[in-house]
Write a protein of this length. Structure first.
Length: 506
C-alpha cells in the first residue's frame, strides 16, 4: 500500500501544470540532443545547469531527467534513417536499423525502437519505485565508514566500466579527486591549492568544469571532424510493424529491459554498455545469427529497450544513496546541491514530493516521447542539414552565458575555457573525461567520510575492514578489491577491449 500511495503522490506532483511543462521541455530538448551528433545529454545538462537556479527543485530535476532519457529516444531516429547515431548508446541500433531502412522498412524499425523504449521505461520506472524505499532504509543505517567504502566501490566500478585503458581511467579518477580538494579545508578552514586566488576559496566551479570538459571539449573535437556529406535519408512509409515483427520483438524487448535495468545501476555502466550487451546476447542466442547486421528487428528492439532501461535505473543509486552512476547523474547531484538539497537517503523522507515526483515524471516523459517522436521525424532529420559551423558558436555562447549567470564572475569564463582545452587534450590522448567528473563530484564526499571515520576510530584505519563491527564497510571494500583485480586479469582485459571497440559509434 505504501508503494501505491507513493506513486499516487508522485503522479499528482508530475501532473502539476508547471512540472508537466518542464517535463515536456526536457524530453523535447533530450530528443533534439539525441538527434544532433556532436551534442549529448552530458554536455547539454552541464550547459543548462545555470537555468535551474531560477526554478523550483522539482521542475528543475524533472527537466534534467527528461533530457537524459529523451536523448536515448532521439539517437535512434537518425541511427535508423541515416546511419548516424546521435547518441553513443544508439550506435548498435544503427547496425540493423539502417539496414531495415534501406530495405524500405524504416517505419517498423522506428516503431520497434519506440515500443521497446516505452515498455522498458515503464518497467524501469516501476523498478525505481519498488527498490528505492528499501535501499533508502538501508542507506540510513550507513555511518561514515560505510559511506567511504561505498564511494570507493563506486569509483572502482566506474574505472572497471570506463571506455578505454584502465590505467587512464584511474588517472582520470585521481585527477578529479585532486580537483575536488581545491578550496577550503572542511575542518580547519585553511585554504588549500588555491594559488592565492580568492575565486578558488570555495572550490572550482562545478558548472565550469562540467561545461568545459564535456561541452566545449566535444565542440572542439567535432570541429576537427566536421561531417560535410549530405545525409542520405531513408523514406518512412508505414509505421505499423507486422504481426511477425511483433512476435519477434517480444522476447528481445523483455531481455533488453532486464539487461538494461541491471546494468544501469552499476557506476559507469548505464545506457551504452546496456545496449551493446543486449545486442550481443540477442545475436548469440538467436537461431539465425546470420540475419543480424542485415536488418533483424531483434537488433533494434533489444538495444533500444536496454539503453532506455539503463538510462532510467541509473537514477536509483543517485536518488537513494547520493552516488552518481554516470556523468549525467553527477550533474543531477550538482543540480540538487545548487538547490540546497543534500543528496542521499534523507531526500525521500524530507522531500517526498520531489523524490516521487521525479520518479513518476519518467513514466509521463516516456509517454510524451512516444507521442512526440514519430510525428516529428521529418523535422529532426531536417535539422541534420544545419552545418556544424553554424551550431557550435551558438552552443559556445549559450554555455558561456550560463556559466556567467551563476556568479557573474569573469574567472568562471576563464575556467570554462581552461577546462574545455583540458577536455580536448584528454580526448586526444584517448582519456575518457567521465571518470574525472565522477572523481570531482565524489572527492569531497570521500574525504569528508574518511576524516569522520578516522575521528570516530581515533586514527585507527582498521575501522573500514573490521568484519565484527563494520561488516558492510568491509564487504564493500572487498568487492572493490575484487573488481579491480578482475579487470586487470589478461583474459578480462582483452575481452573488455573487444567490447568497447565493437560498441564505438559507427
Amino acid at each position: 500500500m505504501d508503494l501505491l500511495a507513493n506513486l499516487a503522490l508522485g503522479l499528482s506532483t508530475a501532473f502539476a501544470p508547471e512540472n508537466l511543462l518542464y517535463c515536456f521541455i526536457g524530453v523535447l530538448l533530450g530528443t533534439l540532443v539525441g538527434v544532433l551528433p556532436g551534442l549529448g545529454p552530458t554536455a547539454t545538462t552541464a550547459m543548462l545547469l545555470p537555468i535551474t537556479f531560477a526554478l523550483e527543485p522539482t521542475p528543475a530535476l524533472i527537466m534534467l531527467a527528461g533530457i537524459y532519457y529523451g536523448a536515448q529516444y532521439g539517437g535512434s531516429t537518425t541511427a535508423i534513417l541515416i546511419n548516424m547515431p546521435g547518441e553513443s548508446s544508439s550506435a548498435v541500433t544503427s547496425v540493423d536499423g539502417y539496414q531495415m531502412a534501406r530495405q524500405g522498412r524504416a517505419g517498423p524499425a522506428l516503431a520497434a525502437a519506440a515500443i521497446g523504449s516505452f515498455f522498458a521505461g515503464t518497467v524501469a520506472t516501476f523498478l525505481i519505485a519498488l527498490f528505492a524505499p528499501p535501499l533508502t532504509t538501508i542507506a540510513l543505517e550507513f555511518g561514515p565508514p560505510e559511506y567511504f567504502s561505498l564511494v570507493v566501490l563506486g569509483l572502482v566500478s566506474s574505472v572497471a566500466l570506463a571506455h578505454g585503458s584502465v590505467l587512464k581511467a584511474i588517472a582520470m579518477i585521481v585527477l578529479g579527486l585532486l580537483l575536488g580538494v581545491v578550496g577550503t579545508d572542511i575542518y580547519t578552514g585553511t585554504p588549500r591549492f588555491t594559488l592565492d586566488q580568492l575565486e578558488l576559496a570555495d572550490g572550482i566551479n562545478f558548472v565550469a568544469v562540467a561545461a568545459g570538459v564535456f561541452g566545449v571539449a566535444e565542440i572542439l573535437r567535432n570541429m576537427e571532424t566536421e561531417h560535410t556529406r549530405e545525409p542520405i535519408i531513408a523514406k518512412v512509409a508505414g509505421l505499423m510493424p507486422t504481426r511477425d515483427d511483433l512476435r519477434r520483438m517480444i522476447a528481445p524487448v523483455l531481455r533488453g529491459t532486464f539487461i538494461g535495468s541491471a546494468l544501469g545501476i552499476l557506476p559507469g555502466g548505464g545506457a551504452i554498455l546496456s545496449s551493446f550487451a543486449a545486442y550481443t546476447i540477442e545475436k548469440r542466442i538467436s537461431k539465425h545469427p546470420e540475419k543480424f547486421g542485415k536488418g533483424a528487428i531483434e537488433g533494434v528492439a533489444a538495444p533500444e529497450s536496454a539503453n532506455n532501461a539503463g538510462a532510467q535505473t541509473s537514477f536509483i543509486p543517485m536518488l537513494t544513496l547520493g552516488i552518481p552512476a554516470n556523468p549525467v547523474m553527477a550533474l543531477m547531484i550538482g543540480a540538487m546541491i545548487i538547490q540546497g538539497i543534500v543528496p542521499g537517503p534523507n531526500v525521500s523522507r524530507e522531500q517526498p514530493e520531489l523524490f516521487w515526483g521525479v520518479i513518476a515524471s519518467m513514466w509521463v516523459g516516456n509517454l510524451m516521447l512516444v507521442i512526440l517522436n514519430l510525428p516529428l521525424i521529418g523535422i529532426w532529420v531536417r535539422l541534420l542539414r544545419i552545418p556544424y559551423r553554424a551550431l557550435f558558436p551558438a552552443i559556445l555562447a549559450f554555455a558561456s552565458i550560463g556559466v556567467w549567470s551563476v556568479n557573474s564572475n569573469p574567472f568562471d569564463l576563464y575556467a570554462i575555457a581552461l577546462f574545455g582545452a583540458l577536455g580536448w587534450v584528454l580526448l586526444k590522448l584517448d582519456c575518457e573525461p567521465a571518470p574525472l567528473l565522477l572523481g570531482f563530484v565524489l572527492g569531497p564526499l570521500l574525504e569528508e567520510h574518511l576524516r569522520r571515520a578516522m575521528i570516530i576510530s581515533r586514527g585507527d584505519p582498521t575501522i573500514f575492514v573490521n568484519f565484527a563491527e563494520r561488516p558492510i564497510s568491509a564487504i564493500l571494500l572487498m568487492l572493490s578489491a575484487i573488481a579491480l583485480v578482475i579487470v586487470f586479469l589478461p583474459a578480462i582485459a582483452k575481452k573488455r577491449e573487444e567490447v568497447f571497440e565493437e560498441s564505438d559509434p559507427v
